[in-house]
Design a protein around this ligand. Structure first.
Ligand code: GDP
Ligand code: MN
Length: 379
């Protein structure tokens, strides 16, 4: 789970990592009143979207008076950064930057430990630094039994700074960021850039955190910070209905019983040159209520041009499934072509029930998939 910069900065504050004062604003008027409220000469107006690279996209602008705050906020609110529409901005005190550094904690799965990553070349080009001058990126695995005691924190800090004044600040930031990373079950806690100001202060002017979804249950304070995309909302509501659903970007909606068969269906669609719109395992039963819910889910995705229902009747009998489908589609209004492939117990009876109905009936999985790919490519 990702969170916004302003949310991550609030967590930083709680843990004593230095950040500047800020105000979250949803409109130009709010930005202007935040500017007055902060009482600073210079501020930065920053797009709050769940993606990086805002600076390069023009989503971060300095402003030195009310008119500038107003015009910059107007430019940023409503703009689109990597498919994310900007709905809110952060107005924050500007900093006099002398140099920009990078510091983060991530999980190193190979070493089964947290990994501290630091670089004296932080800022918007950190990816280029990593590729072109990898020797400027320092990595330290943290032994979970030892953590980061003072001597280690100072040792790490000395790789970045020579002045004891900065070393001490850096060592504290490293320890606090590590505690935050650990205590909140984060998968990433990143400061890019951590800046040194003209006054010699180290301050986090950006903040990025992601959390392990599987640990969210034990963090009542982190869970509510989630801001789900439309796709994620659909996946959550599917889960509540007992489906296992993953949205993809293709055109063929799939409804399958069993995860293995669902994977095989997606593979076959790809093999025949099509692309699946989703993974959907509706589980064992053929209950019409479930089919209706599953169809609604598939049809809510406007990219879906054809639906492929692939059912293996083991304990579930194919004629039951066919009756379930017929009943379900009495209640669903859609022009979308629906292909059904039934195999297993009572498959002949099942297929017979679907002949001369709104369904396109296929006998084999290969035949069904071919039909789906062809329809999708023509419509
Ligand atoms: P990102 O592009 O999404 O990573 O957004 P950042 O918050 O990291 O900002 C991008 C860049 O904008 C930083 O690397 C800084 O160079 C610049 N920037 C951000 N805040 C300030 C500020 O207060 N003062 C100055 N002078 N530059 C800033
Ligand atoms: Mn940044």
């Amino acid at each position: 789970m990702k969170i916004h910069e302003y949310q991550a900065k609030d967590l930083f504050s709680t843990y004593g990592i230095p950040v500047k004062k800020h105000r979250l604003c949803f409109s130009v008027a709010e930005a202007v009143s935040a500017y007055k409220d902060l009482g600073e000469q210079q501020v930065v107006v920053k797009a709050q979207v769940l993606t990086g690279g805002r600076g390069k996209a023009g989503g971060i602008k300095l402003a030195s008076n009310e008119e500038e705050v107003s015009s910059k906020a107007a430019q940023i609110i409503g703009m689109t950064i990597k498919e994310y529409q900007v709905e809110k901005v952060l107005v924050t005190e500007a900093v006099n930057i002398v140099s920009e550094y990078y510091v983060s904690f991530a999980i190193d799965r190979n070493k089964k430990s947290a990994l501290l990553i630091m670089s004296p070349e932080g800022g918007v080009d950190i990816e280029t630094v990593a590729v072109e001058t990898p020797d400027k990126i320092f990595r330290f695995n943290i032994d979970p039994m030892i953590g980061i005691p003072d001597f280690l924190a100072r040792q790490f800090a000395f790789t970045m700074f020579t002045s004891i004044e900065q070393v001490n600040q850096m060592a504290t930031i490293i320890q606090k960021l590590y505690r935050l990373f650990l205590e909140k079950d984060a998968s990433l806690a990143e400061i890019n850039p951590l800046v040194q100001t003209a006054e010699g202060q180290l301050i986090a002017i950006d903040a990025k955190m992601t959390f392990d979804d599987n640990a969210l249950f034990r963090h009542d304070d982190i869970r509510p910070l989630a801001e789900l995309t439309a796709e994620e909302k659909t996946e959550v509501s599917a889960k509540e209905k007992g489906f296992s659903y993953v949205s993809l970007d293709g055109e063929i909606g799939c409804m399958v019983n069993g995860a293995g068969l669902a994977m095989a269906t997606m593979d076959m669609i790809k093999l025949y040159g099509g692309s699946p719109a989703n993974f959907l395992d509706i589980g064992g039963s053929s209950n019409p209520v479930k089919v209706i819910e599953a169809m609604k889910l598939l049809l809510s995705d406007k990219r879906v041009k054809v639906v492929l229902i692939n059912i293996f009747g083991g304990i579930t009998r194919c004629d039951d499934v066919a009756n379930g489908l017929l009943e379900a589609f009495r209640q669903i209004e859609t022009q979308t072509p629906v292909i059904v492939r039934l195999t297993g117990t009572n498959e002949k009876e099942g297929r017979a029930l679907l002949q001369n109905t709104r369904f396109l009936v296929a006998q084999t999985m290969s035949e069904a998939t071919h039909m789906a790919v062809e329809i999708a490519s023509k419509s």
